[in-house]
Design a protein around this ligand. Structure first.
Ligand SMILES: [Ca+2]
Length: 198
């Protein structure tokens, strides 16, 4: 397995832990449902890879993820995925650990992000995939296929799941591309990833 220029640097976490808004005067006590604190993490890749690390399965001959200024949904930078699709198979992704809110035995995760494509060719498109769970993914089968990637320009994608977090202080979140049509090489960019934990 060979990976070129795989992301290993720039692990600056830019996730924003959004606390509750400033309390209003004489605010009522929180209800039991409101006591479920939500964490929201946003990554716009303006300061580097922001802690996301690339991975691929053995079915993909070659693939890279690089910090790029060629395309951007937010700001001036994004993550550029380059894949060799000649074997008509394989998955390339980025993954990151995020904290489990203290005391929680289960969490609902909603992960959204934007993907850039040069063309709109759904019939021969590869797939956008995502995963969140107790362990990091290692192969295509660990992911959920969301939708085809080949929407011209930027297109939003959303993934939702529930994780049993008993015994965990962190969980893993991942997103990427899976080759499902034989082609030479393709480039897609990912930007503005937002992960809500409730
Ligand atoms: Ca950006």
């Amino acid at each position: 397995m060979r990976m070129r220029a795989l992301i290993t640097t720039g692990a600056t976490a830019a996730g924003l832990l959004l606390g509750p808004a400033a309390a209003a005067v004489a605010a009522p006590p929180p209800s039991p449902s409101a006591a479920r604190v939500a964490d929201e993490h946003t990554f716009d890749f303006e300061s580097g890879t922001e802690g996301w690390v690339a991975g691929k399965d053995d079915r993909l001959p070659d693939g890279t993820v690089t910090w790029s200024s060629k395309q951007a949904k937010s700001g001036t930078h994004s993550l550029e995925f380059w894949l060799d699709g000649l074997q008509d198979d394989g998955t390339l992704w980025v993954s990151r650990e995020l904290p489990v809110p203290p005391g929680r035995t289960s969490i609902d995760v909603e992960m959204s992000f934007w993907v850039w494509s040069a063309s709109d060719t759904p019939t021969i498109s590869w797939w956008v995939v995502a995963q969140a769970g107790r362990t990091a993914p290692t192969q295509e089968d660990d992911f959920t296929k969301l939708e085809y990637a080949e929407h011209a320009g930027w297109h939003p994608f959303t993934y939702r799941t529930t994780i049993d977090t008993r015994g965990l202080s962190t969980f893993h979140a991942s997103f990427g591309l899976s080759v499902t049509w034989e082609d030479d090489t393709r480039v897609h960019n990912f930007d503005l990833a937002q992960i809500k934990v409730t």
